[in-house]
Design a protein around this ligand. Structure first.
Ligand code: BGC
Length: 485
């Protein structure tokens, strides 16, 4: 039985020959946890429909100019960076389950502050709090899912994190077409409340429990997650074999089993953001407007289209990742993004070449009013590039970095090392969105997109040399791989 079970969990046998391992409760636990990323998607998507409304609102204390609007959008990333640090501490101190449940406090409190806002500072504060909750969520949920899963489904379940993020973004865009900003905030606070409720019925991860020497609770957790028939003792022993002494001291950072996965994780997060995803998403409406895709007087539909592409292709990645592996998806994604950003650059070169001030950032944002007719013939190219770029990101560089950082760190340092990666991700997201405008001023629009393209080529090289293939391996085997190398 043990041999068969081990073959099942290690992914060497077809699931129908593993009758004892049941996945239903594992899927339930994953569902409860990914309500966190759904909430974080709602936070990311909230600003897009709300900013145009707040820029025109009659109350002068809440009305925003363009700089205030950009802070309203980006302050979330700063809150999330802080959330990464806090999450890294919490996840190892109080556990995965409790950290996740605690996230709902800043989510709900943040939305209450937004709903009752009397001035801009309250709006910023509410956004920072929801950002903080998003940062903690983005760290804890991948760790929770990878630790409750087994190798046969870990890629698929781990990719559901990103799937729910993009579903949340799309949900906010769609709801924002009809709901006013306060009501939208009420709606956005729901997923975190439901997560709190559902998670209270879910178990702590067996790995965290074993690391705390709570063996009987770990067995109970495995019984819940794998069903009563599975060989819980066998899996417990496998995890215990990989569990080392608790705590991490500074001198251990010289150890390749710590610094190698840390560098890989931080680099993955850096490279995810320098693809320019957040800058492109943020300005998607402008691109669609230019191509005359403007619908019903505003361009909110553009965001809905972009959000839908993300959801579809992230779902494709989630369904295929355990068969194709992580690296193949990163390659395909990197190649599509490198080509689409290069084409984007070419598009701007062609459209703006007749204008003297092609390095003026504002030119980029007013393409549809500038020299009408010049660009309309090829404006479809911008829309195609945008669609390709977003689809490419969703296929690999969106979900895979979050999945891989939840797989490669040794158990005893998982919190702190994941925290460093989450911090890198959100600080980079802040810098890229905030500095995008300045980059256009400095490098011109085409130069900026070619820079993104160059980074995508670097991503591909980095994947080839530094990203380990984690498909079908247990977390303990991945840990052993880094220890050996
Ligand atoms: C990235 C975010 C991005 C989101 C939606 C995530 O994987 O980390 O920066 O906004 O995907 O595309």
């Amino acid at each position: 039985m043990a041999a068969e079970e081990s073959r099942c969990l290690l992914g060497h046998a077809a699931s129908d020959s593993c009758p004892r391992v049941q996945n239903k409760k594992l899927y339930l636990a994953t569902f409860a946890a990914v309500l966190g990323p759904l909430s974080f998607g709602f936070v990311l998507g909230y600003s897009s429909p709300v900013i145009p409304e707040l820029r025109k609102i009659s109350d002068p204390k809440l009305r925003m100019d363009s700089s205030q609007a950009s802070w309203f959008g980006s302050v979330v990333t700063l809150g999330a960076a802080a959330g990464g640090i806090l999450g890294g501490y919490l996840v190892d101190k109080v556990g995965r389950k409790l950290s996740l449940m605690l996230c709902s406090i800043p989510y709900v409190f943040g939305y209450i502050v937004i709903i009752s806002a009397q001035n801009l500072w309250m709006l910023y504060f509410g956004r920072t709090l929801t950002g903080l909750a998003s940062g903690i969520t983005s760290l804890v949920v991948p760790v929770y899912i990878s630790e409750v899963s087994h190798p046969k489904v870990r890629g698929m379940l781990g990719s559901c994190v990103q799937l729910m993020v993009v579903t949340g973004i799309l949900g906010a865009y769609v709801a924002g077409v009809t709901l006013k900003w306060r009501w939208l905030a009420v709606l956005c606070s729901f997923p975190s409340c439901i997560m709190l409720l559902f998670m209270s019925f879910m178990p702590e991860t067996p790995r965290f429990l074993l690391n705390r020497n709570k063996r009987s609770e770990a067995i109970a957790s495995l019984r819940f997650l794998r069903g009563p028939q599975a060989d819980h003792e066998w899996e417990c022993r496998q995890i215990e074999a990989g569990v080392q002494e608790e705590g991490l001291n500074l001198s251990e950072f010289k150890n390749p089993s710590i610094y190698r996965p840390l560098l890989t994780g931080v680099a993955l997060m850096f490279f995810q953001q320098v693809t320019g995803i957040n800058a492109v998403m943020f300005y998607a409406e402008t691109i669609f407007e230019d191509a005359n895709f403007k619908v019903t007087g505003d361009s909110r539909m553009a965001s809905v289209v972009v959000g839908s592409i993300q959801v579809c292709f992230t779902a494709v990645a989630a369904l295929t990742i355990d068969k194709t592996g992580r690296k193949v998806l990163l390659y395909i994604s990197g190649i599509i993004m490198a080509l689409s950003t290069a084409l984007f650059g070419l598009y701007f070169k062609m459209v703006l070449s007749n204008q003297n001030n092609s390095s003026n950032p504002d030119t980029w944002f007013t393409l549809n009013s500038a020299s009408p007719g010049t660009e309309s013939g090829i404006s479809w190219l911008a829309v195609v590039c945008l669609g390709l770029f977003v689809a490419g990101f969703a296929l690999g560089w969106g979900p895979v970095p979050w999945l891989v950082i939840s797989e490669i760190f040794p158990l005893k340092a998982r919190g702190i090392l994941s925290g460093a990666c989450v911090l890198t991700n959100w600080v980079m997201a802040f810098l890229v969105t905030k500095e995008f405008h300045d980059f256009i001023g400095f490098l011109t629009s085409s130069g900026t997109f070619w820079l993104f393209s160059a980074f995508c080529c670097l991503n591909i090289t980095f994947t080839a040399f530094y990203v380990p293939e984690t498909k079908g391996q247990t977390l303990e085997q991945i840990e052993a791989y880094f220890r050996r190398s």
